[in-house]
Design a protein around this ligand. Sequence first.
Ligand SMILES: [Zn+2]
Length: 97
Amino acid sequence: MSASNLKICSKGHQYVKKSDCPTCPICEQERKPSNGFLSLLSAPARRALEHQGITTLQQLSSYSEKEILALHGMGPASMPKLRNALQEQGLSFKQIK
Ligand SMILES: [Zn+2]
């Protein structure tokens, strides 16, 4: 164990790696998508969805835009990303009438 193995990634995570591999395991894990669209979001927005049990676009599509936007941590900036991700799969937010 040597302190020289302690690295800090560009996001400020501290991690220890033996090799010179510059990959931060915390970033890796954050990036790890069960379904790609979650990786597009900021961490608070992603947590908001996960907290709601939404981990797939199919699940997301059963909510209206308004419902998603009301989740704690979700911001308006995330909505276009979600909309695009849904659209790419031929899905959309639930429409309210
Ligand atoms: Zn990192």
